[in-house]
Design a protein around this ligand. Structure first.
Ligand code: 3HC
Length: 287
């Protein structure tokens, strides 16, 4: 199967950079979002990021021009997805919202199109059954910031056709990523399961008053060699995401241990969601 046109649904934290990765790789990309502000912000990002890469000597002017020409932002889902060969969903981490979207995508998209979800935790078999093409629905999970992080997890659930996994791996490679294939579905895949264990311990130590978040971050950076500590990383990936992931898991398991930690709930309610709101655990100058 030849992929030329990619639709990215969701222009938020992940979607806007996934769309740019695809445009830089030469795909024709349509990025859509129900929130016009997110769409505008994503377009503004593309318009500043590409010239900055040229100024830094990381991209030729021609490559930047071509990538920008490959990328369209549109509020209409139908316009964005109706001729797509490959769709990457990057909307809110909520199962019902994803199921509604995939049912609609199934109606809109050409029969050959693969529908991939960038969900952080939810396995695609929880979504695929709303479509008439479950064999073409899989997980394709990028990491934040998607323009920088090399890994992509491709999850081969029991319903996923070999060709779907193979095409998804090829798309990831063409975007310059290193795909890893999970042979079975597991909630949270590889990376977020490991990260969740680190975050749970860091939040426990903080909530218990054992150390400040700055010191816990320093410990992880300076002793374990991580590029950033768990609190700074939560600010990057979004405290709203940490909240939704915890709530989604809790709804599913009913286990109180899966609920978001007190400080995550507090920050979520206050709208202190990290870099995207200008304040999370740390303060950021510009939103
Ligand atoms: N968007 C795009 N590019 C960015 C960026 C951003 N938000 N932040 C940094 N960069 C680029 C810079 O332009 C620079 O590129 P260049 O070297 O080609 O010029 C490069 O990244 C390095 O940037 P800096 O020198 O400014 O900063 P650092 O060296 O501190 O790197 C970092 C920043 C890449 C974010 C690094 O701190 C890092 O790797 N942090 C860990 C990130 C991580 O763990 N991500 C996974 C999170 S888990 C996840 O995403 C799962 C999901 O489901 C939530």
């Amino acid at each position: 199967m030849n992929v030329e046109k990619i639709c990215v649904v969701g222009a938020g934290n992940m979607g806007h950079q996934i769309a740019l990765c695809a445009a830089l790789a030469g795909y024709r990309v349509r990025c859509t979002d129900t929130d016009p502000r997110a769409l505008e912000k994503a377009e503004r990002f593309a318009d500043t990021y590409l010239p900055e890469r040229v100024a830094k000597g990381k991209l030729t002017e021609e490559a930047a021009r071509q990538a920008r020409a490959n990328l369209t932002f549109t509020p209409g889902l139908e316009e964005a997805a109706s001729d797509a060969d490959f769709v990457i969903e990057a909307i809110i981490e909520n199962l019902e919202a994803k199921r509604r979207l995939f049912a609609r995508l199934d109606e809109i998209c050409p029969a050959h199109a693969i529908l991939a979800t960038n969900s952080s935790f939810i396995v695609s078999s929880r979504i695929a059954d709303v479509t008439r093409r479950p064999e073409k629905v899989c997980n394709m999970h990028f990491f934040n910031p998607a323009l920088v992080m090399k890994l992509v997890e491709v999850v081969k659930g029991p319903h996923v056709a070999d060709e779907t996994a193979a095409v998804t791996v090829e798309v990831a490679k063409r975007m310059g990523k290193v795909p890893v294939v999970l042979k079975k579905e597991i909630y949270g895949f590889l990376v977020n399961r490991i990260l969740a264990a680190i975050n749970a311990e860091a939040l426990y130590l903080y909530d218990m008053g054992i150390a400040s978040y700055e010191d816990i971050d320093n410990a992880v950076v300076l002793a374990l060699g991580h590029p950033m500590g768990p609190f700074r990383l939560m600010d990057l990936t979004g405290i709203d995401l940490a909240y939704h992931i915890g709530m989604e898991r809790y709804r599913e398991t009913g286990n109180p241990a899966d609920r978001p930690s007190p400080v995550v709930v507090e920050k979520y309610v206050r709208g202190e969601w990290g870099r995207k709101t200008g304040k999370g655990f740390y303060e950021y100058g510009e939103k």
